[in-house]
Design a binder for this molecule. Structure first.
Ligand code: NAP
Length: 255
């Protein structure tokens, strides 16, 4: 962790959904390094979440792991209550957790639609509502939604995921519009191809990797750490006049 004087987020409290692995993990560690106390949310991998908490504590930071299924609205108050009980306030919500069921459109099922929309869109909407009620009392807050380049560029055989990510961009704008006067900024960070459990197997296939790399002007697949800088900016007071926007972190993929 940086010294107290250098830390940009000293005294802030953050919830990061899906922080047990991948991009969420890197974001949780990055926020903690800047002085924030972090609620490390997970749904299935408790040991991985505890490892993240341990890494943060070893680095001199504060963190706690909290189980919540973001797709289950009845569990949201428990996550908010756990953050308030442990750290007393909530300044930053990073809606990172998401799922994908790759299905060609002609084979797509209603079950996969419901599950994906519940986590990626409905869960984000109502968790943001629960947290924004706390932030409204505080008259300040930052909500950061982790979307994807697939919010504007369709991914083959993954229409439901694409649709939820496109929806997240309008969710971001709509919430930003209503919450701006309450001192709450809502923004999106949309990564390109990032090496995580979600993408590792496919990127291990040389042909697939070559196809992906051919689309990235920076000529490399991103690491979870590549996404952290954009989140730190949008979590810090430096971005108090930025709201409703989407920042692409994609090595130029959309160019
Ligand atoms: P990942 O490696 O698959 O990790 C998913 C994380 O979300 C895990 O921590 C998982 O928890 C959690 N999670 C899943 N369902 C959940 C639920 N219902 N409630 C709470 N937590 C849940 O994912 P990733 O690749 O890091 O992706 C993170 C975000 O970046 C997602 O929004 C994804 O759409 C976006 N993104 C990723 C890429 C990429 O190339 N990887 C590109 C663009 C955008 P457990 O560990 O407990 O299962």
């Amino acid at each position: 962790m940086k010294t107290k004087d250098e830390a940009r987020l000293k005294g802030r409290v953050a919830i990061v959904t899906g922080a047990s692995r991948g991009i969420g993990r890197a974001i949780a560690v990055g926020l903690a390094r800047e002085g924030a106390s972090v609620v490390v949310n997970y749904v299935s991998k408790a040991a991985a979440a505890e490892e993240v908490v341990n890494d943060i504590r070893v680095d001199g930071g504060n963190a706690v792991a909290v189980h919540t299924d973001v797709g289950n609205l009845a569990q949201h108050e428990g996550l908010v209550a756990a953050a308030l009980k442990r750290f007393g306030r909530i300044d930053i919500l990073v809606n990172n957790a998401a799922i994908t069921h790759r299905q060609p459109f002609l084979d797509a099922t209603a079950g996969a639609w419901d599950e994906t929309v519940s986590v990626n869109l409905k869960g984000v909407y109502f968790l943001s509502q629960a947290v924004a009620r706390v932030m409204t009392e505080q008259r300040s807050g930052k909500i950061i939604n982790i979307s994807s380049v697939h919010d504007v560029r369709a991914m083959m055989n993954n229409s439901v995921y694409n649709i939820t990510k496109a929806g997240l961009v309008m969710l971001t704008k709509s919430l930003a519009l209503e919450l701006a006067e309450k001192g709450i900024q809502v923004n999106c960070v949309s990564p390109g191809a990032i090496l995580t459990d979600e993408t590792r197997d496919r990127l291990a296939d040389p042909e697939h990797r070559a196809r992906v790399l051919a689309k990235i002007p920076s000529r490399r697949v991103g690491e979870p750490a590549d996404v952290v800088g954009a989140v730190l900016l949008l979590a810090s007071p430096e971005s108090d006049y930025i709201t409703g926007t989407t920042l692409y972190v994609d090595g130029g993929m959309l160019l």
